[in-house]
Design a protein around this ligand. Sequence first.
Ligand SMILES: [Zn+2]
Length: 295
Amino acid sequence: MGSKIISGITSDKSVRIYVVDSTEMVEQARMIHKATPLSTAALGRVISATSIMGRMLKSEKESLTIQVKGNGEIRSIIGVGNAEGNVKVYISNPDVVRPANAQGKIDVGGAIGEGHLIVIKDLGMKEPFIGRSELVSGEIAEDLAAYYMQSEQQPSVVSLGVLMDQEIGGVVAAGGIIIQPLPFADDDVIDKIERSIMGLPAISTLISEGNSVEDIARIALKEFEVEIISEKPVALYCDCSRERVEKALISLGKNELTDMLETDGHAELSCHFCNKKYQFDTENLKNLISSLDEK
Ligand SMILES: [Zn+2]
């Protein structure tokens, strides 16, 4: 079964909700990046958040980047999403191993450390929107809720989770929920949301118990009646191409390229997001260098 995302709204039009089951995307990302269970848990939370925030974009031309940058061993995770909710993701250090935290949970916060969460929205205008907030715990869901409050003045409930099979290292279940009261919602609505989510199990538990994304939307907002607005499959994607990699090579400049040609005679570049490898042989490098001469 593939990954899936839904959006819904309460029948009184006071609250919107997004739920993603990203299990398959996170398992795929784990394999691409050869990530440990801990690094996968961190990657997976960013994947779910990016997918939902991508779906919140208004038009197909828009895109969104979430960067989690910390002083912990992971260093940085970058998720890029489009309006379809499809995501590509990069992690600086996929090899992090740490003991469980004080609550006996996988220690994502410790592996991220202190730092910032940065959201870049390319809305097709001249300048992108850039929002930035300090990390609260490095656990990502809390950090994103804080980002929304500080940077967009939007109260939000954010739940992100990845359940790993600790023995074989595979992803059992992964997903995310974002709940937001719409503008002008009164205090009653906030109270009702709080009553709804009280005692809500982890999203990964709900998925592993066989609940669909629709079920989860109704469980998470049990004090309301929820209408599902949209439902669609989501997947990991990458838009890298040989042309883009060539541009990156050209940007190194003539000296660097000539040096590459003389020492190795070839170059191999791999995409940070999907790990696809691009080969440039002697002839390719010579052509790139001579294209620089023409300018
Ligand atoms: Zn790629």
